[in-house]
Design a protein around this ligand. Sequence first.
Ligand code: CA2
Length: 150
Amino acid sequence: MKILIINGPNLNLLGRREPEIYGARPFDDFFRELQAQLHHVSLEYFQSNHEGALLDKLHEAGFEADGIVLNAGALTHTSIALADAVAAIPAPVVEVHISNVHNREPFRHHSYLAATCEGSIVGLGLEGYRLAVEWLSRRVHISRKLEGNE
Ligand code: CA2
């Protein structure tokens, strides 16, 4: 089972800046731990600061991965193009935000992605990524069972 985590703009700075909002742990460190713990999942990670690169990755992975965890960073609040890409691919996508966007500035309260994603997890720190991967993995097992492939 293949699940991809995609992080958008500025999330490469995790662990280095603004620890009071985003925590002190570098994402690579968390990702290695997650990979080791969820050994039944082929877990991949992609980060880009460029909207076009995120679109290309969604188009590519969206037709081969079993699920995608997407934190599009600030593009969440601005990008109709990313929302269109999520709507266009067959892979289920879960939106994750490390911080609770709803108790921050009003411009962070709206997500163009939320309606096209299967669900959203906000405000639970890096743990949100783990919950999203676990849910996607359970979802795949359930659909395979229903289809008689397991
Ligand atoms: O809470 C989240 O995960 C966000 O997607 C993070 C975005 C923000 O624009 C969204 O509203 C909510 C910002 C990413 C900035 O990431 C940094 C990480 C560490 C240090 C500095 C910035």
